[in-house]
Design a protein around this ligand. Structure first.
Ligand SMILES: [Zn+2]
Length: 126
């Protein structure tokens, strides 16, 4: 049941059905995982991803990798959603509106250069 890969997981996030994998000790991880990366437990269950996360770190990118050329400048961030940390691109927020602790929701967006799906953080509606 935990055979899903990252792409399937991203599709679930896009549908508003994001989840993470939880072990009996409450550690969180993301697909694809067959055991807990923190303690090695093999019994992982799917738990709903919290609706709101908090930005932990962020970087404004002015000179992007080629596959993000049409997205620049943009802000990449790591945000905590419950026990898991997600890495994504910040949308719908000016770069100076991004700060540590900024509340965001997670969804899927499209890379303007490659058309691929990617993880996107947007301002959380209070
Ligand atoms: Zn664990």
């Amino acid at each position: 049941m935990t055979d899903t890969g990252y792409d399937e997981w991203l599709a679930a996030v896009a549908d508003g059905e994001g989840y993470y994998l939880a072990c009996p000790d409450g550690h969180g991880s993301l697909p694809p995982r067959r055991s807990c990366p923190h303690c090695g437990a093999a019994e992982l269950t799917e738990e709903p991803l919290p609706g709101t996360g908090e930005i932990l770190t962020f970087t404004e990118v002015h000179v992007p990798a080629p596959e993000f050329a049409d997205d620049a400048p943009y802000v990449t961030a790591i945000a905590s959603f419950g026990p898991v940390k997600l890495t994504g691109v910040v949308r719908d927020l000016p770069a100076d509106g991004v700060d540590l602790g900024t509340a965001v929701s997670v969804g899927a967006g499209t890379n303007a250069t490659t058309g691929e799906q990617l993880l996107v953080f947007r301002p959380a509606s209070e």
